[in-house]
Design a protein around this ligand. Structure first.
Ligand SMILES: [Fe+2]
Length: 341
């Protein structure tokens, strides 16, 4: 059963609220400033995130989102220190590490002249498809292993800190392609990891979370959301495996894609903000829950997301393909959330 949404109606966010729950959330409009592209601060680090981006065919919408990302960075004079690619990296057929799609839809689409930083990647369900007998994520791992690209994918799951120098955020990047509810590992063209691999990853995750945290903030990232207002809905198996760990270790953020929209969900007493950025290029999905029912934010729109980090505050923004900041909030190390717009 889904936990209780902390805010059931977006209208409530237009008032200042205070909760005694461990995850306190306040809502206050701060005026038009929060809608503007941020200007680079001296001590802030910047990461752009997007999911479900490597569209098949003409990839017009991917072009549009990528152009908006570049314009956003240039307008704010932001020094982007990481890209977080939230899975479903290539739809259709990829082939090998020599596919022209690497250049066209990654290297040139998000050019190093603008994004001179690692592009951390995790596998989505579209990366769990066989291309010429090879599982696509194995090609993606091989492309990273060549070492000549910003494409960073050392394993199906791994840990990194952001930014590289003086990090303030630990990200545990996960493979969310666990077996289906009936235990099967194949559904149509999609395959999953085995149950033994699921257990091995869970053991690794538990060990990683038990290590002392060296940064004020902690995020988990997986392609599939645990909770989603989109058509894929809540993922009971991931909730079963990971939700108690999110709570136990006061994880600040869970970053996902998979549903082709932009979302930010909060739940009463839950320390984690659930953040979905799944509209980087593939066709949009209609929401099945509206933000008035479970929010504070869910919108069917193309776009990307921006994480601005200091040691004292995370600021997260969803940005649509016109470059407009459509939702923004801050999160403190103590898990206090403030909605900016
Ligand atoms: Fe997906």
């Amino acid at each position: 059963m889904s936990p209780t949404p902390l805010v059931s109606r977006r209208l409530f966010l237009r008032q200042t609220l205070a909760f005694s729950a461990a995850s306190a959330l306040t809502g206050a409009l701060t005026g038009c400033d929060s809608l503007k592209i941020p200007v680079a601060g001296t001590d802030a680090s910047h990461m752009l995130m997007l999911g479900d981006w490597g569209a098949d065919g003409a990839h017009t919408d991917q072009n549009r989102v990528a152009a908006a990302m570049q314009a956003y960075v240039k307008s704010g004079n932001l020094n982007t220190q990481a890209l977080m690619m939230l899975g479903d990296s290539f739809y259709g057929t990829l082939g090998s590490v020599n596919s022209p799609r690497w250049s066209e839809q990654f290297e040139q689409m998000y050019p190093s002249a603008v994004f001179n930083c690692p592009a951390y990647s995790i596998p989505g369900n579209h990366d769990y498809i066989y291309d010429d007998q090879a599982l696509r994520f194995n090609v993606e791992l091989a492309y990273a292993a060549i070492g000549k690209s910003r494409w960073t994918m050392p394993s199906r799951f791994y840990r990194y800190t952001f930014p590289v120098v003086n990090p303030v955020l630990t990200v545990i990047a996960l493979d969310s392609n666990i077996p289906y509810a009936d235990g099967s590992t194949q559904s149509g063209a999609f395959t999953t990891m085995s149950d033994a691999q699921r257990k091995a990853q869970l053991a690794w995750l538990t060990e990683e979370l038990a290590k002392p945290l060296t940064t004020p903030f902690l995020a988990l990232a997986g392609h599939h959301p645990l909770y989603s207002d989109g058509p894929h809905g809540d993922n009971a198996r991931l909730i079963q495996d990971w939700d108690a760990l999110l709570r136990k270790y006061n994880v600040h953020l869970y970053l996902a894609g998979h549903d082709h929209d932009l979302q930010h969900l909060e739940f009463e007493g839950h320390p984690t903000s659930f953040f979905c950025s799944g509209s980087g290029g593939a066709g949009l999905y209609a929401l099945t829950k509206q933000e008035t029912e479970r929010g504070p934010y869910a919108q069917e729109t193309f776009g990307f997301s921006h994480l601005e980090a200091t040691a004292k505050l995370l600021t997260l923004r969803h940005v649509d393909s016109t470059g407009t900041v459509v939702h923004a909030f801050t999160k403190s190390p103590e898990n206090k959330v403030e909605i900016l717009t």
